[in-house]
Design a protein around this ligand. Structure first.
Ligand code: NAD
Length: 258
């Protein structure tokens, strides 16, 4: 196949949870620019409507539906809507994240609330959307974890800021997701479903100046990720260009942890 055809997402129906969020919006844009039909699913209706308008104004095929992945019925509702509207699902970008826990000493109920979305809810939506992909003849599941699921926090990045200590739930569930990727790649053997993970580094989002100074010094590329950085890797994993990549975790951190 020609390399442009290999990377094309024409006729692929792609679900991105948390697609109106920071990294989510970048991936939705890249996937739609590669000619995919992209569905944003997220909790906040106003945010997803705003994101859809932004993409429509750019001439991109993006649709939206509400989901709360902590609620089983809400996941089933989204699944039915996808079947009714599109009749299939080819790619699931599992990207939503909830951040109720603010630092190491936050109440344990915040940890439990985090797990409702980031562990139990995530497993639930992974199982339901993968079954839709299986019914469609196979496809690709792309988990979005974090470099913070692979390494401990570098606390010196936060020196001189009021950003506090990074919360433990985030390190816990992202690490779990990376190995769940390998588990699912094995579980789906023979079903033509590839499962991979992207572990990004920090996305530039106007963080405090002192944090940026600390961070930039440590990254060989001397910067945080920008809005385009994740587009190529997610399109690779979603498309036929990535057809023999399976069970992999791709660290995308500008060399920070090299
Ligand atoms: N932003 C970064 O610098 C960064 C760095 C490394 C990894 N990541 C990873 O990228 C992914 C996205 O992070 P982000 O920073 O773009 O997040 P974000 O907070 O900007 O967006 C998260 C999205 O998830 C949605 N969401 C939260 N709870 C939900 C639920 N119960 N059901 C459905 N949707 C729900 C929110 O509405 C929001 O749209 C996460 O997996 C995160 O670990 C982000």
């Amino acid at each position: 196949m020609n390399i442009k055809q290999l990377f094309s997402l024409r006729e692929k129906v792609i679900l991105v949870t948390g697609g109106a969020g920071k990294y989510g919006k970048c991936m939705v844009e890249g996937l739609a620019e590669a000619d995919g039909t992209v569905i944003i699913a997220s909790r906040n209706k106003a945010n997803i409507d705003q994101a859809v308008k932004y993409f429509h104004d750019k001439g991109l095929y993006v649709y939206a539906h509400e989901v709360d992945q902590a609620m089983h019925d809400s996941i089933l509702n989204l699944k039915q809507w996808i079947m009714d509207q599109f009749g299939r699902l080819d790619v699931f970008v599992n990207n939503a994240v909830s951040r109720p826990m603010k630092d190491y000493n936050a109440p344990m109920r915040d940890f439990a609330e985090s797990m409702e979305t980031n562990a139990t809810g995530m497993m639930d939506i992974l199982r339901e959307m993968s079954s839709l992909i299986e019914r469609s003849g196979g496809g690709s599941v792309i988990n979005i974890a974090s470099m913070m699921g692979m390494f401990g926090p570098d606390l010196s990045n936060y020196e001189g800021t009021d950003m506090g200590t990074p919360p433990p739930d985030y390190f816990f569930h992202n690490a779990g997701l990376i190995n769940l990727t390998r588990y699912l790649a094995r579980i789906f053997a023979g079903k033509n479903i590839r499962v991979n993970c992207i572990s990004p580094g920090g996305l530039f989002n106007h963080q405090p100046e002192r944090f940026l100074e600390n961070y930039y010094k440590k990254v060989p590329l001397g910067r945080m990720a920008n809005k385009d950085d994740i587009k190529g890797v997610v399109v690779l994993l979603a498309s036929e260009a990535g057809a023999y990549i399976n069970g992999e975790n791709i660290l995308m951190d500008g060399g920070l942890n090299a």
